[in-house]
Design a protein around this ligand. Structure first.
Ligand code: NAD
Length: 425
């Protein structure tokens, strides 16, 4: 599709929440009688905006704006990560919370959807300041979270340590140790084996399932990955371990390329000492914009929203786009990919591996009985393969994209629960 053919309502200017609303509109014709309830998907159940004041190391006081949005609880407690980023907005957190509702239902986890965030550039804070920020934020949202209410997890710029602080703060406020209040915790605090790589593992499994259906072998396939954080580096390592060749990686520090393949294990070790990927000696640095036109079989966006847009979609050579990130493709670019026959495994399916193992972590915390990594990976594989199959079949049957098919499956589950519960009072 050429730029001038894009309807104005599908412009790249849509914010994340508007993109989500557009996705709901697209699925509504497929919901039958359940479309009676569709408006409930367009309104978050609860939005909490909090001021997070902390004393900085220099003695001054800084204020940050934090959010926790619980989009839907029809199928269970809220679940979704917490993001620290200088560009976090309420609209973004609302969209991310809604995508959690869809994602959790798509893989049939007994959760609603939620998400949190703080508008902050965490690179500018010391470790002590980050701990204060996390603890104050957790205290401010304390009354709406809990193991049976809403369970946060890591997202961009938050990690196991952030979750340890959140768990401890919530527990101190409750007067008891409540490990199940967050997932993605360190193993020593009730975390789960396999959680760290779970999102990347799910990205790989769904990519492999898509590839199987179009006769594309993983062995020798080229992969380019945007983002080398939790999701990007795990995806790259697992693709690599299955014989694929990681030819380019882009992160916030730059873009690197090696046509013979980059060893992501080696790169991960390297960036522990030197966070600038462009300093990696076994690949060359290329301009960021050239990333999109690299010859490749798989493209894995695993950084932020709105990366695949009408500006770069025409250059994309991949046969399969596997969305590790949430919301990386604008609706207009999504249509353009479809017209070009490029398969998109959508975020709400492709990156559901993380929340799936978060669910396992939560179950293990409740039962205080921990599983082996092998058990976890097998269960994750089973859930992702089954979800993929169901969604692929709906896409074929109804001749829709995998994104719309995922929304059909997920929104049907959410609205069935909504209809059965009825409208209180
Ligand atoms: P992270 O903070 O660990 O890593 C983010 C990566 O993106 C970093 O490598 C960073 O350098 C890169 N990045 C940031 N801005 C960039 C830019 N402008 N251009 C190129 N690269 C850029 O975050 P993460 O947890 O890996 O999350 C990445 C994405 O995956 C997000 O969209 C997140 O919502 C989604 N996601 C994460 C999980 C999870 O389990 N962590 C689960 C599902 C989805």
């Amino acid at each position: 599709m050429h730029q001038h053919e894009v309807p104005s309502y599908l412009s790249d200017d849509l914010g994340p929440w508007e993109i989500y609303l557009e996705q709901v509109d697209r699925v509504t014709p497929y919901l039958g009688k359940l479309s009676y309830w569709v408006e409930t998907l367009k309104r978050p159940k609860r939005i909490l905006i909090v001021d997070v004041p902390i004393q900085l190391d220099d003695g001054s006081i800084a204020h940050f704006e934090g959010y926790r949005v619980q989009h839907n609880s029809s199928r269970g407690p809220g679940k979704g990560g917490v993001r620290y980023h200088q560009d976090v907005t309420l609209s973004e957190v609302m969209a991310l919370s809604a995508w959690m509702t869809v994602k959790n239902a798509a893989v049939n986890l007994p959760y609603g959807g939620a998400k949190g965030g703080i508008r902050v550039d965490p690179r500018k804070l010391s470790r002590g300041e980050l701990e204060k920020l996390t603890r104050r934020y957790t205290s401010e949202i304390n009354f709406i979270i809990g193991p049976d209410k809403d369970i946060p997890a890591p997202d961009v710029n938050t990690n196991e340590l952030t979750m340890a602080w959140m768990m401890d703060t919530y527990s101190m406020n409750q007067g008891r140790t409540a490990t199940g209040v967050v997932t993605g915790k360190p193993i020593a605090l009730g975390g789960s084996l396999g959680r760290r790589d779970a999102t990347g593992r799910g990205v790989f499994v769904t990519a492999r399932e898509a590839a199987n259906r179009i006769g594309l072998p993983i062995e020798g396939a080229r992969v380019i990955v945007q983002g080398f954080g939790n999701v990007g580096n795990a995806s790259a390592r697992i693709f690599h371990d299955h014989g694929a060749k990681i030819v380019a990686i882009q992160d916030v520090s730059g873009t690197i390329f090696n046509g013979d393949g980059i060893n992501p294990h080696d790169l991960l070790e390297f960036i522990k000492e030197n966070p600038d990927v462009t300093a990696y000696p076994k690949a060359s640095t290329i301009p960021a914009k050239d990333f999109w036109s690299i010859e490749t079989e798989f493209l894995v966006p695993a950084a932020l929203e709105k990366q695949i847009t009408m500006d770069n979609v025409a250059q994309i050579k991949a046969r399969v786009v596997v969305e590790g990130a949430n919301g990386p493709t604008t609706p207009a670019a999504d249509d353009a990919l479809r017209e070009r026959g490029i398969i998109v495994v959508p975020d709400v399916l492709a990156n559901a591996g993380g929340v799936t193992v978060s669910y396992f972590e939560w179950v293990q915390d409740f039962s205080s009985f921990f599983w082996t990594e092998d058990e976890i990976n097998k269960r994750l594989e089973k859930i992702m393969v089954e979800a993929f199959k169901g969604i692929w079949d709906v896409a074929q049957d109804k001749n829709v994209t995998m994104r719309t098919a995922t929304f059909i499956v997920a929104c049907t589950r959410v609205l069935e629960a909504r209809a059965l519960r009825g409208l209180y009072p």
